[in-house]
Design a protein. Structure first.
Length: 413
């Protein structure tokens, strides 16, 4: 027990106070994640939408997140991460409250799209804040702490949503709005003074900056090595986000599993990440290189789909979920830290926005492509295709990640 305690203590040691506060805000925000997991059920059960109509509406979330990822990165570089996060959290509140007043596919689709754009603004701004407040040498662990808060929040939110939806679907939307409001208030309480100090420093050094060289940093959209890295990340995300689309369908339709067992399997993902993320990231940072970490993370994910490809027993399903969770731990926080380290001082938002954009594309592509492939080649062949996708990503990460050195700056006088 002392050894285990020592591992966890070392994993959390040295993280900045601000990193913990950002994670608390994220925990509160994600603990309110009640609407999205139950939105499809709400549309079919309460509003009488067809499955096709509900699927089209749900795709609006992915499309909105595409715009929100780009816009969030752009606005973060223009007005700062503090303002973008405050705007996103507080404007989300009335949007969630609007849901119960509309009942047509067009109206709900429009609300989902707008709410997705506003909510996704938060992500690149939050990533920039994490990189800004992280202490030297602790960047990846700071991202991991934030992801740990996300996973704990996702464990709380759907559970609360299930209880509230049993009473009234309307409580889902008002409950999500309340948690967004609490997260916004907590964020302002924690960071308003730091924001004021940052503004004063900008005013103080404005004339000095005008007298110095103007440095134009490379746009991420012109950074060819980073664009290749982003495509590899997108490939991994397309495979990984089957966790929220085709895997539940497989459990229900092919294996005839009870909903309670499906819920237990899904909860295994959040619990595994919550328990193992910080120790595994700490181990990876001290014992492995980043290319090695990305390789093994992709391979763990590949094996997770290989073992479920041939009518597995329940214990194999749980093993597959645990392996997929370990792959998630070894890939996603390092994707963020590599992006932060690749960017410059004045274009972190643009880089983070582009990285989040690749994730948003996966949110759109995965359910559409996955469900189409199921009807053509079946579940087992889809899992084999996913195994080869992850294996390809493993090789690509291993050989390409070392090329991601800091881009050169273009200097003008």
């Amino acid at each position: 027990m002392k050894k285990i305690y020592g591992v966890y203590k070392a994993s959390f040691h040295g993280l900045s106070h601000a990193s913990w506060l950002l994670s608390i805000v994220m925990l509160i925000n994600r603990a309110g994640s009640m609407v999205l997991p139950f939105l499809g059920i709400y549309m079919v059960d309460r509003l009488g939408f067809s499955i096709i109509e509900s699927g089209i509406v749900l795709s609006c979330f992915g499309i909105g997140s595409l715009l929100g990822s780009w816009l969030g990165g752009y606005l973060t570089d223009k007005i700062g991460d503090y303002s973008v996060q405050v705007f996103s959290l507080f404007v989300s509140v009335p949007l969630f409250c609007l849901y119960p007043f509309y009942s047509t596919p067009l109206a709900i689709g429009m609300i989902v799209f707008v709410q997705s754009v506003i909510s996704t603004l938060f992500m690149p701004a939050n990533s920039v804040a994490i990189s800004k407040y992280a202490l030297p040498g602790n960047l990846t662990r700071s991202f991991s702490l934030n992801r740990m808060a996300i996973n704990l929040g996702f464990s709380i939110g759907p559970a609360m949503g299930g209880f509230l939806s049993a009473v009234s679907y309307d409580l889902l939307f008002f409950g999500n709005a309340l948690m967004a409001l609490l997260a916004g208030l907590a964020f302002v309480l924690f960071f308003r003074k730091g924001h004021k100090v940052e503004k004063l420093e900008k005013i103080k050094t404005k004339q000095e900056k005008q007298a110095k060289k103007v440095i134009k940093e490379l746009s991420p959209y012109k950074d060819f090595p980073f664009l290749i890295f982003t495509l590899i990340c997108m490939g991994f995300a397309i495979g990984f986000f089957q966790l929220m689309s085709t895997l539940p369908i497989f459990y229900k339709e092919d294996l005839r599993m009870a909903q309670s067992m499906i819920g237990l399997l899904m909860a295994t993902n959040g619990l595994t990440v919550f328990i193992l993320e910080m120790p595994l990231v700490n181990f990876s940072e001290t014992r492995l290189t980043i290319p090695q970490t990305m390789f093994w993370g992709s391979m763990f994910s590949a094996v997770s789909f290989l073992i479920i490809a041939f009518n597995p027993a329940y214990w194999m399903l749980f093993l597959g979920m645990i392996l997929l969770s370990i792959g998630e731990i070894l890939i996603l926080p390092f994707m963020s830290s590599i992006t932060a380290q690749r960017s410059g001082e004045n274009n972190k938002g643009a880089y983070m926005g582009l990285n989040n954009l690749s994730i948003s594309v996966a949110f759109v592509v995965t359910p559409l492509l996955g469900t189409q492939l199921i009807s053509i080649i079946g579940f087992s062949n889809l899992w084999m295709a996913t195994f080869f996708l992850f294996s390809t990503c493993a090789v690509a990460f291993y050989y390409f990640t070392p090329k991601l050195r800091k881009p050169k700056k273009m200097v003008a006088y």
